[in-house]
Design a protein around this ligand. Sequence first.
Ligand SMILES: Cc1ncc(COP(=O)(O)O)c(C=O)c1O
Length: 382
Amino acid sequence: MEDKHMLMIPGPTPVPEKVLLAMAQHPIGHRSGDFSKIIAEINQGLKWLHQTKNEVLSLTVSGTGAMEAGIINFLSPGDRVLVGSNGKFSDRWAQISEAFGLKVEIISAEWGKPLDTEEFRTKLTADTNKEIKAVIITHSETSTGVLNDLETINKYVKEHGEALIIVDAVTSLGAYNVPIDEWGLDVVASGSQKGYMIPPGMGFVAVSDKAWKAYETAKLPRFYMDLGKYKKANAKDSTPFTPPVNLMYGLQASLQMMQREGLENIFARHERLTQATRAAVKALRLDLLAPDDCASTAATAVAPSSVDAEQIRGIMRKKYDIALAGGQDHLKGKIFRIGHLGFVSDRDILTAISCLEATLIELGYEDFASKAGVKAAAKVLA
Ligand SMILES: Cc1ncc(COP(=O)(O)O)c(C=O)c1O
């Protein structure tokens, strides 16, 4: 059936109709007074969402572009950096850092496990000469559904005093509490197709005063993603280059929706959806990849042992028109991921879980009590 597609992947995420309609307009001139007013409203909304008084800069890039901007604006060739690596996207931090000639030290954990905060503490306290210029981590590791302990790692970075904390919050921003100013996070990168509830195409970078100081002396080459240009333009409710005008209509509408819901409610909804999904998966006697105490509120990774992950995804897509995400790199074929990020409600989870149960039955896997998944999810959602 047409137009019944249901996205249950951790990005791109579903887009509300109000946002789709807001984007379905003729673009206006990006240097016009009318567009300046939209930029001004968006910038206020972004500060609210990021819980910061500092500027949040909007770029026409995907999340990876925002990550790259987070490196090239604040560091210099040969700078020593600690990079946490426990999945596809945190590996990307290491790749970007290496591509720009930084001296990269990797603190790794098995995919599906969180980063060990003690390893960061040990490295940072041993660095009495203050050579480490940045600690770079992914908060919500979307490839495995693991939420890293950003708060604790950041505490050790603060004790170090010199290093910046650079964070990929691509799938935690708008899904989990990331109080940027309260925690003193220096550089926070995110992307539009996630908690923002708009399509792909925009990247965002929040920058602390300390990071702006580092910007003054940073020597990596930059031009299009020179954040100084964006900061200067922001002060005049403008952009340095042509922005994605229609996406920004959508962003204006989605930020209004988010502000009506309220940050606390948004975080509580994501937590509830996560717990409902995890309870259902357990009741269906399937294995969860990430432990309970470090579960990402963006995606739940399921590692079924006696039923094929790709067959599950295939039936969910063909028969029920529900898109689930697969595994990445060495987890390809071994896991599937249920996205519950952004414009997702209790009803969506119940729908996805009941279709998952039907799919499992079709595949001959009935190692669970009848309706066990739906019952477990409903109990959490009640
Ligand atoms: C945690 C995380 N970081 C970075 C990215 C990369 O973003 P993009 O594909 O928009 O470049 C993603 C995308 O899924 C992500 O989930």
